[in-house]
Design a protein around this ligand. Structure first.
Ligand SMILES: [Zn+2]
Length: 313
């Protein structure tokens, strides 16, 4: 979800707690994690050889934009990014849950490498934890461009030029280190990248490009087919019904969103935004819903893995 208003809960990170978490942390997905905790957890997983840490870039305030690679770097690649929009806390914790599950399941890396970036916008995410006032629906990074700066040329004329608007596109294309991190990663992976997922909330939907246009992509039928399999897997877990549709219809016109760029310029056929639940809580998803939401999403991830392992995508 890129533009709706909502509220936020008081889950901010206490500075004293930050000192504590320098020691080993135990993550059971019953609460949200601040940026430093996420870094700590990723480092722990790396130390245990559960994943390989990749530094994709550095934010304007100097925070590392970290990715976790699981699987052989020779295999087909699936990229999952989350945390573009700082206020959507359920997305990064879901990405971490996915990392933790994949790292325990050798079947998930059968002919697939996963590159998962839990917090693509670390400055914005950190800022959203500091004070409740800041959380007031802070979507952008700290240089006040939301990552709606990952746009491709044809959509630029529709992008938001208002500096104070949460959809502000940035000074120019690729002005933000967060979007550049994705560009370099996708360029590096090249044709080996078969799947690109962007996690958000709260529209409870699997959305495919285009966001910049109401015109469907030429291969929409293929995208809908795979999304339907994922939708069924999600529903089979706890009965939650996700919608499927083109992002410009389910959300609104979202020129410059990452899945548009990944498909148009990155040449990745299967690109989706997974909008996690749920409409009831909007951005304020209670922590006791994390495991349910993340484990449902993981059912979709397993479907994507099967399609990649069996050479269907
Ligand atoms: Zn979003």
């Amino acid at each position: 979800m890129s533009g709706a208003k909502g509220g936020y809960g008081a889950y901010f990170c206490n500075r004293n707690i930050l000192q504590e978490i320098r020691r080993r942390i135990s993550v059971d997905f019953t609460n949200y994690l601040c940026y430093d905790q996420v870094v700590e957890y990723l480092n722990q997983l790396s130390d245990e050889n559960s994943c390989e840490l990749i530094v994709l870039g550095r934010s304007e305030e100097g925070r590392e934009i970290l990715g976790a690679r699981i699987g052989s770097s020779d295999a087909k690649a699936a990229v999952i990014e989350s945390g573009i929009h700082a206020r959507e806390w359920i997305a990064p914790i879901t990405a971490l849950y996915i990392i933790s599950q994949i790292s325990k399941d050798p079947e998930m890396v059968d002919n697939v490498q996963w590159i998962i970036i839990p917090i693509l916008n670390p400055d914005g995410y950190h800022y959203s934890w500091l004070d409740i006032k800041n959380i007031l629906l802070f979507a952008a990074n700290r240089s006040f461009s939301s990552l709606v700066v990952i746009y491709f040329t044809s959509s630029r004329e529709f992008s938001c030029t208002d500096h104070c608007n949460e959809d502000y596109r940035g000074e120019e294309a690729w002005s933000e280190p967060e979007s550049r991190s994705i560009k370099y990663l996708i360029r590096q992976l090249g044709p080996s990248c078969a799947l690109y997922l962007s996690l958000h909330n709260f529209l409870q939907s699997i959305m495919y490009p285009w966001g910049y246009s109401k015109q469907p992509p030429e291969d929409a039928i293929d995208l809908i087919h795979l999304a339907t399999e994922a939708q069924t897997a999600i529903r089979n877990k706890y009965g939650t019904r996700y919608r499927i549709g083109q992002s410009s219809y389910i959300d609104r016109l979202t020129p410059g969103c990452s899945i548009d760029w990944a498909k148009a310029e990155g040449k990745i056929k299967y690109c989706y935004s997974i909008e996690l639940p749920g409409p009831t809580y909007r951005f304020e998803v209670p922590p006791n819903h994390i495991v349910k939401i993340a484990s449902e999403c993981y059912e979709a991830i397993k479907v994507f893995r099967q399609s990649m392992s069996y050479g269907k995508i």
